[in-house]
Design a protein around this ligand. Structure first.
Ligand SMILES: Cc1ncc(COP(=O)(O)O)c(C=O)c1O
Length: 433
């Protein structure tokens, strides 16, 4: 039965049929968001049509079903996309919300009632002291820079950006060089949305924690889960956030945050209210203990969207296969790099064709604003790409493309893209120069 319910392994053609947009466009903007496959749309529609009701509240049958499906979705996302325990995973709206939840937790100690009935603040996750430092990298998305600048101001710490290598790779050596015991928190990306590099995050975290075992690390996995297998426990991140609407083909407005079990029980939830507590009086409350992660699900969740994300996790991890997605995206991006490399009038950024590159290729056409290139690619060839700064203004400035080109143009692939599409993109660019 299971095999029929979720058929696989799906071919490229199967997935293209499930994503009707692929018959109208060369959709190469998966770094911004991915089109949602029909089975995911059906799961969302199924909730609204068949069992639309609130979760964890009603006693009637369809309310029980909604709760079951929502719990199952969380389990699927946790197990399939991050390889963590279900109770280590919180649904969020996107990666940006993950950063906000983590930032709050680093600023405020948990407030709760202890076993003796005393209500008050627990130990802070980080006991900030003057001179404390926060490390990020010079490649981060604004959603993984701005929250830390604000946090640093509030706790009187200092944010420093570790330099990436010439090809846009973050290295353990560069982080090790900046490390000392005053570094209390670090936040960096897993995969670059601007250059396509896949960073050795496990090795980076290892060298950093050798210097400060108490260091807390947040990985921005916005471009990670769904595009490739990810094991957050093996990476040894304390927090790992991702956007559900990118790699794993989930709906917009979905995402997930892993918080290591031992850290989560000491983490203050950003929002409080219905669903987060065991008991409340007019002067205190006791947070849930049956499911620590549900302390973070305040109010009515985005039930349909979360269920859609769960279905997308099954679709990408079980029906396509994360290794197959990773392999194919690398093949397609390497193919484009090969075709564009050395073409006069074109600048191609990031690593050359090698194992450090995921499904992203960025480039510029000399003398053209990146926006105009993207407009022309659509107008003349039905090719959808992203142009501009990719929400990485500091990196674009460092690369010298911010003022010169207004950023760069990005083609970002998924399993459903084809070799022919890559060739069409390459030919269009050659024609342009
Ligand atoms: C590396 C990276 N971090 C953060 C984000 C923000 O993700 P979201 O828009 O889902 O919050 C993105 C989105 O493009 C990204 O690529």
């Amino acid at each position: 039965m299971e095999a029929n319910k979720f058929p696989g392994p799906l071919t490229v053609e199967d997935v293209r049929k499930d994503i009707p947009l692929t018959s109208k466009y060369i959709y190469a903007d998966n770094g911004a968001t991915t089109p949602v496959p029909i089975p995911v749309v059906d799961a969302i529609k199924g909730y609204f049509v068949d069992y639309c009701s609130n979760v964890e509240r009603g006693a009637y049958a369809i309310a029980a079903r909604a709760s079951e499906e929502w719990d199952q979705a969380r389990e699927d996302v946790a197990h399939l996309l991050m390889k963590c325990k279900t109770d280590e995973m919180i649904f969020t709206r996107n990666l940006t919300e993950c950063s906000g939840i983590v930032a709050h937790s680093l600023q405020e100690p948990i407030l709760d009632m202890d076993a003796n009935g005393n209500f008050g603040a627990g130990d802070p996750l980080v006991d900030w002291k003057p001179g404390d430092r926060i490390l990020i990298s010079d490649m981060e998305h604004h959603s993984n820079i701005m929250p830390w600048i604000r946090l640093a101001h509030r706790v009187s710490a200092k944010v420093e950006a570790v330099e990436s290598s010439e090809i846009g790779l973050l290295t353990p050596e560069a982080f090790a060089e900046k490390m000392d015991k005053n570094v209390r928190f670090a936040a960096f990306q897993h995969v670059s949305n601007a250059l396509g590099t896949i960073h050795p995050v496990k090795d980076i975290i290892k060298v950093m924690k050798e210097v400060n075992p108490d260091l807390l690390v947040y990985v921005d996995g916005s471009q990670g889960p769904g595009h490739m297998p990810v094991d957050v426990r093996d990476i040894n991140a304390d927090f790992y956030g991702f956007s559900g609407h990118k790699g794993c083909l989930g709906p917009q407005g979905s995402g997930g945050l892993f918080i290591k079990e031992e850290v989560m029980s000491k983490t203050d939830p950003l929002l409080l209210g219905g669903g987060t507590m065991m008991d409340v009086t007019y002067s205190n409350y006791k947070l849930r203990t049956d499911s620590i992660s549900k302390r973070f699900a305040a109010g009515t969740p985005s039930i349909a969207i979360d269920i859609g994300l769960g279905r997308a996790a099954v679709y990408s991890a079980k029906q396509i296969g994360l290794e197959r997605i990773e392999e194919r995206e690398k093949m397609l991006s390497n193919l484009l790099v090969e075709q564009l490399d050395g073409v006069e009038g074109l600048e191609v950024y990031g690593p050359r064709a090698d194992e450090h590159r995921g499904g992203v290729v960025t480039f510029n056409v000399e003398g053209w604003n990146s926006m105009d290139v993207a407009l022309l690619l659509e107008e003349e060839h039905n090719i959808l790409t992203r142009s501009g700064t990719h929400c990485c203004i500091p990196l674009m400035r460092k690369m010298g493309v911010h003022d010169k080109y207004g950023g760069n143009v990005r083609a970002s692939f998924h399993f459903f893209n084809t070799e022919e599409e890559v060739k069409t993109i390459a030919d269009a660019l050659k024609e342009m120069v």
